[in-house]
Design a protein around this ligand. Sequence first.
Ligand SMILES: Cc1ncc(COP(=O)(O)O)c(C=O)c1O
Length: 422
Amino acid sequence: MKFNPLSEKARRTEPPPISWLMSARLANPDLISLAAGFVDQDSLPTVDAFALCRTILEDIPRGQAALQYGTTIGLPTLRESILDRLTGEAGLAPDRQGLTPGHVVVTTGSQSLLYLVTGVLVDPGDVVIIGDPSYFVYMGILASVGADVRGVPVDENGMRIDALEGVIDQLREEGKLDRLKLIYVVSYFQNPSGLSLSLERRQALVRLAREVRDESPVFVLEDGAYRELNYSGPAISPIKAFDRDNDLVAYAGTFCKSFSAGLKTGYGLLPDLLLEPVLNEKGNLDFGSPNFNQCILDEAIRSGLYDRHVEKVRQSYQSKLGLACDALDEHMPDGVQWVEPQGGLYIWLMLPPAVNTGAKGELFRRATDHGVLYVPGEYCFYPEPDREKPKNCIRLSYGSESPDNVREGIRRLGQAITETLS
Ligand SMILES: Cc1ncc(COP(=O)(O)O)c(C=O)c1O
């Protein structure tokens, strides 16, 4: 064709970096994949899902309503439950913060909430601050909207607030602070580091974002995808709990990790200013996420089945995390470092700086020869023009493989790393 018919947005949008990793596993079932962030197949609640569908469908009017279109904002009773849960276990104070179920929007997974919030705020050239490293699928959204992305290092207490202040000072110097739209934080058991933002930093982040509100239209986008996969850590309140007037923090949550990824249902708890734009945009996109799936989740929560399931899933992941960390202790050579997470699905390994973990490097080739896949850490750093991405990190996921395979996969990886180092 003589002309490129694609929009600028489509041209900025690239395939997700790890889709080829997923296909590598499918093409060769003998490979152990410590790469895919899938949930544990054996944990998925088929019996419960069957019972829930039956309860809904055997009541004919109820079943017919469930099989009808819903509304753009989502099922009212589910939105009430979501707010109740965030109030009870997570420490939100709706009365004080001015939150109602009308601020809860049900979406097709939390991914679509991240997409919608970013889309209603960010024009090409607007600034978004993210963790270094960060969730790479969100980086795809940022690339497609043409954001100017700045990374802030993450340590064992999450995003470093001193470094965040440094980036804000830098933006002020560049005269770009008025284009700072979002600070994106995966607040619990971050993908990929497995680590959470500490309580003190949650409060400091809100304080800092409020301070720069005079100079920038910034919002905080809190991604709480792994909040419920807490195995042994203290229950920390979300950043959203410190948003006293509900005007700063958009919170994204999901049922995909805790119950069923196949139901692909998530939600947002939104500040007033973002609520209508997000609903308008969602109206254009799909005018409502699958109603039947929302009815299943609503019934699961109301019947108590959801909580029982989450407890089971937590125990099973906790034991897998424990055996993964034991296997790392046993098989990783000196010089490989990690911090044991207290929840989520990921462990972040830091290798000696000389080792290139990238897909074209020696370690990756050796690891696949040994029959194990990992996510090269470089995918988790946004390509900023004037800095070299760290090349010596690895994201491991222990979610989807069986306990034996997790152990064996880590043994194989240890062998590949030992050979590469020697
Ligand atoms: C940090 C993070 N946020 C959001 C998502 C999106 O999850 P979903 O759209 O399935 O709710 C994921 C999925 O892996 C994730 O890791």
